[in-house]
Design a protein around this ligand. Sequence first.
Ligand code: SF4
Length: 615
Amino acid sequence: MLGGYLGKVLRVNLTEGTITSETVSPAVLRVYIGGTGLGIFFLYNEVPAGVTPFSPDNRLVFCTGPLTGSGVPGSGNYSVVTRSPLSGFAVSAQSNGHFGAVLKKAGFDAIIFQGASLVPVYLYINNGQAFLQDAQEVWGKETFETETFLIEKHRIVGMPKPRVACIGPAGENMVLYAGIENEMGHLAASGGVGAVMGSKKLKAVVVLGNGRVPVNPGTQDEFRAAIRKWAGDAKEGGLGATVDRLGSAGLFEAYYQNGWVPVKNLAETKFPAHERFDGVYLRQNFPGKRNSCYACPMDHCRRMTIPNGKYAGMVVEEPEYEDLAGWGSNVGNDDPAAAFYLTDLTDRLGLDLKEATFLVSLLMECYEKGLLTAKDLDGLQLDWGNIEAIAELLKRIAGLEGVGEHLAGGVVKAARWIGKEAPRFAVYVKRGYAPHVHDLRTKWGAIFTQAISQMGSQQGIDLTNKAAPDIGIDQPVGFSAEGIPRAEAMTGRKRQLEDCLGVCYFVCRGPGGLNHYIQALNALTGWDMSVEEALTVGERVINLLRLFNIRFGHTVDDDSVSPRLLEPPKDGPGAGKSLAPWFNQMRRTYYESMGWDPDSGHPLPETLDRLGIKL
Ligand code: SF4
């Protein structure tokens, strides 16, 4: 058997209530590896044109990678791949924690769900055996309650704790930006993967396993050495060192000084409370306990207690930078504890925070400017920083109650519902997808990455301010309309490769970069993959995602950003700079660099031939 793989994929037909197991050929594994790659391989081959996101014929694929569960740093990761109800295109959402590792230890590399159950069910997997179970007793419960209930129900003395991935009320009600939650605060958030799970009446997946991920017998010493080297490297260098010391909240102050922190739906740039949202302040003032993901050497994820004030005694997962920006500066809230509370609530309801914050900030701007009144909002007064009103709104959205019904379709649909100037204020990419929670107007690399992302708003490698020597880019590209799309064609291959391996984004950011994970991959599997072959896997996956999206009507206009994201910031490092005059030419340059037709954005036949993709 190939090292790194268990060699089994579960297929669960929810209409028929049947479960079967199948294998994937080593040749397919070598060219798509796992994670997003293997997920889009299944999706592309099994979801023909005409299948709507909520059709039973759509697939929901939980996919690990070969490194998942292997003991390399941060290897509890899994991807969920499906046709997104939010964008209509492919989505791949990643989550860390332990769930992915335990799915492998329970004997499976991936699960393909198809069909739809008539009644709520969950899938229970215990060391190679899988069963569908009645989910009536957890249907209607929030995510954390569901998780706790199912862990206690399936706990077996002498076995490691069961791990649960589940949806909350947002997923059950098919809110288009519902995510899938695991381990009290990790979310496969993007693109409505939780809504597709809800459409199949699948409440949860419970995994219990104590097996081992096999290592290629001839290279076990090399694999152990690669793990040691990687574990040290992951904590070195800018991002890794900061995340290890202070969590991703440690990025807040630097991002603010760079003009990257979103303030009030990007209508403003100043946030006087910025220092209180940075990791230095938070780790001094909010006591916490390490709660790292599977095999992760980083002191990043933590459970923390709010020591005083209105939310005193609440125990929450330490929020990430994007949570703090989303429920802090972006909604005019200057109390970090209130941002913790809203982050916790978002996770419990099972909502994607990116979409939720840019939706709420849009409503707040419209409320301030008189486009909406409390009467339109079930009496809620959506002034900037009104935490109770935000919390109530989120509950109504997840429960599809009152005004929540108009807001369950995300930012773009809400802007159309409000009407007048609202579509001009909305923050989104790809004609309907909230981006990562930054003021992207001063992050040209990141805005461009998300505009052309094939799987929703992928967090790319932004070279506006830094270089990527491991792929031959020795200088930052800055605000260069020529340099950014060419750099994206190179970095995109690397990012997509990372999403195939089954490890966390943060542990791949060390100075050793690419070389560490290719060494580990080769030692684990017994392959002899060169850097170029590995990057070609990333390129192949981008192209297959692109073909899937074209099947569902993707055009050049879908590679775009909203008018608000093209407005120049009034001040700060990006003052006066706008992508607007350059965007179309950048998109064309990117298509050419990718071997795609510069007018249609379709991959050229010779590109597909080179990648071995047959139409
Ligand atoms: S870096 Fe953080 S999110 Fe990533 S695996 Fe480690 S603890 Fe989890």
